[in-house]
Design a protein around this ligand. Structure first.
Ligand SMILES: *Cc1c(COP(=O)(O)O)cnc(C)c1O
Length: 463
């Protein structure tokens, strides 16, 4: 999807190159509430603030780059999901989007459950006091040690992802003298993409057991035979950054179809259905995400309708939003280091982080926006590319964005909507130290994940 345009304005080119940008925004100083955390605004001096604290103070105290997270916004989004789905459904926050002990405590306090998919995520959840029965354990290749630990801790559900795992979990539960609640993850033949879904080749992936060819039905048959497993339902996760509900509609139809077959064959009505996560957020002003209450209403209606026509009792629904809760709540604060105008092309703006703190642009060609936040400017817009400090030309944070042409080294810029899949995917490439996560609330900042230090790096290097 190329939205090329030839707007007026840049200093360095008469004609803009092809790229993923539209015309420069009418007001470069505006901070669109769609992409910025709820409490972000500018103070009287034009400095951006979050939770009542200005970004210059945050940068002075905690350094850059830093992920700055709006705690009030996180809690509000978690609460909105919780209340949208009500008492007859469960909301599991997908921990892989971003997990820390503070986040676990907020989720616990706001009444959400938690998805984990590794021993490390499980350890974080348990160490912050999330009750084990509110944890779901995911993954396509959980180790024996991880399963053992999860069953022993008493996790609320393990989502089975393969035939081997059905036997493996049953065996471990039996050894521990437990009956483990499980769901079976199936692939329904829908893979959702941003604005559309395709119904081809979707089963050609590592997750889940295909509905096609009766494999999912066979998995249910086997799980029902094992006394140490309590099969509570079917799980389907169709993708990520989805705006269109039609993929969920097809998925729900097919999951309910399986529940009906299970009822007809075994006389058992499985009590739960999990429709996964994947709800999209606004990375740029062009994205229009749905509100949790709209999503809850749509999903509940779809499942209820499908169950009525299959004459099944409506199962308890669960959902697993990750990005939709944490994504919009944080921005990455960077300091501008160097600026290189390339005539006829664009201006390269180098910041003090890069692909080590945000791999999504390099990995998925993700789109982000950026703003000058340490001041306002009335200068003409220039077409910029925000790049990092790593030894890769693909080290791009924001591919195409407009910034004021008087941008200078030392200015602070921020990239919004980096709460999900940025810190959690961060690396040490070039031995760059991973940035801290600073949570801001009511005029106070608190480090919830500290900045990595050279001692941290050297501690692992024992050669
Ligand atoms: C990744 C994942 C999610 C969360 O996806 P988001 O796009 O962050 O909402 C939920 N469920 C499962 C099984 C996942 O793998």
């Amino acid at each position: 999807m190329s939205r090329s345009a030839h707007p007026a304005g840049p200093r360095h080119a008469d004609v803009l190159p092809e790229g993923h940008y539209s015309a420069p925004p009418a007001d470069l100083n505006a901070l669109d509430p769609k992409v910025w955390a709820q409490t972000v605004t500018r103070d009287v001096d034009g400095v951006a603030t979050v939770g009542g604290l200005d970004v210059k103070t945050i940068a002075e105290q905690y350094g850059t780059p830093a992920y700055v997270l709006d705690e009030a916004d996180f809690r509000a989004r978690a609460r909105a999901w919780r209340s949208a789905f009500g008492a007859d459904a469960d909301v599991f926050y997908a921990g892989k989007a971003f997990l820390s002990r503070a986040v676990v405590r907020w989720l616990h306090e706001e009444g959400l459950n938690l998805d984990v998919c590794s021993g490390g995520e499980l350890a974080t959840a348990l160490s912050a006091g999330m009750p084990a029965d509110r944890i779901a354990f995911h993954g396509n290749n959980k180790s024996v040690a991880e399963i053992h630990r999860a069953v022993e801790a008493g996790v609320g559900r393990i989502v089975l992802d393969s035939f081997q795992e059905i036997v493996r979990v049953a065996h471990i539960a039996r050894e521990l003298g437990k009956r483990q609640r499980v769901q079976i993850r199936i692939t329904v033949g829908v893979e959702a993409h941003t604005h559309e879904f395709i119904a081809t080749a979707h089963e050609d992936q590592k997750f889940g057991i295909p509905l096609a060819g009766g494999q999912a039905a066979e998995a249910v048959r086997r799980a029902l035979q094992l006394d140490s497993l309590e099969l509570i339902g079917i799980h389907s996760h169709i993708g990520s950054q989805i705006f269109d509900m039609s993929g969920f509609e097809v998925a729900a139809h097919r999951v309910v179809g399986l529940l009906k077959d299970v009822r007809d064959e075994h006389g058992v009505e499985l009590p739960e259905i999990d429709l996964g996560g994947g709800l999209g957020i606004a990375y740029t002003s062009d994205d229009d995400p749905r509100e949790p209450h709209e999503i809850a209403k749509a999903l509940t209606e779809i499942v209820t309708r499908e169950c009525e026509s299959a004459r099944l009792r409506t199962p308890r629904i669960s959902v697993e939003p990750g990005r939709a809760i944490v994504g919009p709540t944080a921005f990455t604060l960077y300091e501008v280091g160097t600026i290189k105008p390339l005539d006829g092309l664009r201006t390269y703006v180098s910041v003090d982080g890069g692909m080590s703190d945000n791999i999504r642009t390099a990995l998925y060609d993700a789109e982000y926006s950026v703003a000058l936040v340490s001041r306002t400017s009335d200068a003409e817009p220039m077409l910029a590319r925000i790049v990092g400090k790593h030894c890769e030309s693909g080290d791009i944070v924001v591919k195409d964005a407009f910034l004021p042409s008087d941008l200078a080294p030392g200015d602070l810029v921020a990239v919004p909507a980096t709460g999900a899949y940025c810190r959690s995917m961060a690396s040490n490439y070039n031995h760059v130290l991973r940035p801290p996560v600073v949570a801001v609330n009511d005029g106070e900042a608190r480090v919830i994940v500290r900045r990595e230090t050279e001692e941290d790096l050297l501690r692992l290097d024992v050669g």
